[in-house]
Design a protein. Structure first.
Length: 86
């Protein structure tokens, strides 16, 4: 079972408390299966009230995983961290 965690970068990121995915971080990180990513995107796009804030946060922090209904891999191929864009 994956640990449930919430990553808050700074106090201005309190919007995360209103996110539909609150407490489900394990299903959204870069290690999530394709099924988990698909379910995460579905939850984001159908019921999340903070999509814009989430998207801005993911871009600003270079998040790798699913956020705002998009899977961000920061130039990496899944499972190959050595192929990250420099």
């Amino acid at each position: 079972m994956r640990p449930m965690l919430t990553v808050i970068v700074d106090p201005s990121d309190r919007w995360m408390d209103r996110a539909a995915c609150r407490g489900q971080a394990g299903a959204y990180d870069e290690t999530a299966t394709r099924f988990e990513q698909r379910k995460a995107r579905e939850l984001c796009l159908t019921s999340c009230p903070v999509l814009n804030e989430c998207y801005d946060w993911a871009r600003r922090t270079k998040y790798t995983g699913t956020a705002a209904g998009i899977t961000f891999l920061d130039g990496r191929r899944r499972g190959h961290p050595e192929s990250a864009a420099s």
